[in-house]
Ligand binder design. Structure first.
Ligand code: G3P
Length: 222
């Protein structure tokens, strides 16, 4: 399963890229807003340059012609750009158009398996079901992932299931068990996946015991 970072924070992107565990980035207008001091256009261009893997950049137009105009501009930022388009009729029309031009798309704000199926039929490279927001309103986000994975498997659909709106590490484990292609994570959740209290405790003991060995033999070294 691929891991994308769901952030526009350059420092976080650099930090986790260095660990070799991040395959791509997803952004949206709300994530750009969080980086208040940075120009959003510069920020998107910088992220595209910094990352080798796919970087999703979201359009904000509603009208078809404007969606295409924005999409073509964003696609021009780099070969690794994936144009992120909110689910709608006009969005599907745009995905169909962009797919024919070999531009990759990520259909965002997916809340049903039918939406995912239609986005895939239109040619989407990725669909982004928002599981946390479904959980927030008392639905089961992971059931949606299970349904989409099953449908895509049944019909050999190559559109990738990109699980978004992830709230905690268990969402990641369950998404992986269900066979999702990608999870996109806020940096805080990736950090929580790295950490385990028993790892820290165990390391303390190893270091303390090495200290005792060193006391017995001060010349001890690798
Ligand atoms: O990519 C955006 C998606 O992950 C939204 O997350 O936490 O705003 O529901 P959230």
């Amino acid at each position: 399963m691929k891991i994308f970072l769901d952030t526009a924070n350059i420092e976080a992107i650099k930090k986790y890229l260095e660990l070799g565990i991040v395959d791509g980035i997803t952004t949206n207008p709300s994530l750009l807003l969080k980086e208040k001091s940075r120009d959003p256009i510069d920020l998107m261009r910088n992220i595209v340059k910094l990352v080798d893997g796919p970087v999703s950049l979201e359009i904000v137009a509603i009208d078809f012609e404007e969606i295409i105009e924005e999409s073509l501009k964003l696609a021009n930022y780099g070969d690794n750009v994936v144009v992120k388009i909110p689910m709608s009729s006009v969005g599907l029309k745009a995905i169909n158009f962009l797919t024919k031009k070999n531009i990759k798309t990520n259909v965002t704000l997916i809340f049903s398996a039918n939406q995912a199926l239609l986005a895939a039929k239109a040619g989407a490279t990725y669909v982004s079901p928002f599981i946390g927001r479904l959980d927030d309103i008392g639905h089961d986000g992971l059931t949606l992932i299970s349904d989409i994975v099953q449908i895509f498997t049944n019909y050999d659909i190559t559109t990738q299931v990109l699980v978004a709106s992830i709230r905690h590490p268990i969402h990641v484990i369950e998404s992986a068990k269900l066979g999702a292609d990608v999870v996109t994570l806020p940096p805080e959740i990736l950090q929580k996946m790295i950490y385990h209290t028993l790892t820290d405790k165990g390391l303390d003991v190893f270091l303390a015991d090495w200290g005792k060995l060193k006391k017995e033999n001060p010349n001890l070294q690798f």
